[in-house]
Design a protein around this ligand. Sequence first.
Ligand SMILES: Nc1ncnc2c1ncn2[C@@H]1O[C@H](COP(=O)(O)OP(=O)(O)O)[C@@H](O)[C@H]1O
Ligand SMILES: C[C@@](O)(CCOP(=O)(O)O)CC(=O)O
Ligand SMILES: [Mg+2]
Length: 315
Amino acid sequence: MRSVEAIVPLKLTLFGEHAVVYGYPAIAMAISETMKVRVEKSDKTIVSSNTLTIGNIKVDLDEMRAESSQLNRVLSYVIAALNYFQDRRPVHVSVESTVEPSVGLGTSAAVIVGVVASYSRYIGLNYSPEEIAKISREIERSVQGLGSRMDTYTTSLGGLLYFPRNSDDVMRINGNLQIAAGYIRRATSTAEILRRVKRLRDRGHIVDKIMDVIGEVTELARKALESGDDSLLGELMYVNHGLLSSLGVSHPTIDELVSTARSLGMKGCKMSGGGGGGSVICVREPKSEILLESKGLKIVNSEINSTGVTTKEIN
Ligand SMILES: Nc1ncnc2c1ncn2[C@@H]1O[C@H](COP(=O)(O)OP(=O)(O)O)[C@@H](O)[C@H]1O
Ligand SMILES: C[C@@](O)(CCOP(=O)(O)O)CC(=O)O
Ligand SMILES: [Mg+2]
């Protein structure tokens, strides 16, 4: 077999980001923005990517070789995913994403899921999406030192998913939800923001009280999703956003956007994902994408992806 290609959906966190890391519930959905990870036969291990940006490079112009102290960090998820396998064969891993890295859409999870799905099939293993999710979750947590099962399970399994409190379970939600979503670039990574929240949480109980309320909001949002109550769902988005902002994980542009949406009488908007900039979701209505674009956000294809990660052999 010459090569295998995995197509991985990215994700939107609807409710419960950050709290889910500490056992509180969350709701996330896989979307139709995707990442392709192709693994093909090679005489040495090479990684190429269409969206990765690295700074601080030194180029040997005679050899046209680039070096950067940031390479290891930026490729850490790909490297960790390949290192998971005992059966290591030299391959060319090419990653093609329709969005920028590190904007709250789960590219860290997607790149791990894509490498695990494509490389495992390339060496003749036949993992189920659940096995890919389980393996990928441990890899993402090992790279970041912190993190929940939400992103790796959502990008592996697809659909609209509910992650119950204090459990390793995941359940599908039947809800027909129209979301508008977009992102701005951010200057930090989710791993760094997770460390910042952990430091805050280690200093006292107030963070757990805030996360407990986020958990209550998420449970109410699950019921609103199942009953199709968009106006309650939107209100809960504003509340969840305010609670995340109180944890210091939002961003001035995002806060201003969400408060503008609320003052315009829009149903609901909130940050989505790790924060510090990145993604915003709104209950879809005529004004939502206009507002997102007016604040400089890049709109993403937020149609639900119900299939999760898929792979195909390319001969
Ligand atoms: N196309 C890609 N190729 C290789 N690694 C990627 C790619 N996209 C993202 N990553 C990895 O994921 C990291 C971003 O993860 P994170 O900060 O959690 O943001 P998010 O998961 O919201 O996209 C990047 O710094 C990089 O290490
Ligand atoms: C902040 C968190 O809840 C979601 C992170 O989302 P993203 O990597 O920014 O797309 C972390 C986690 O669940 O592992
Ligand atoms: Mg991530």
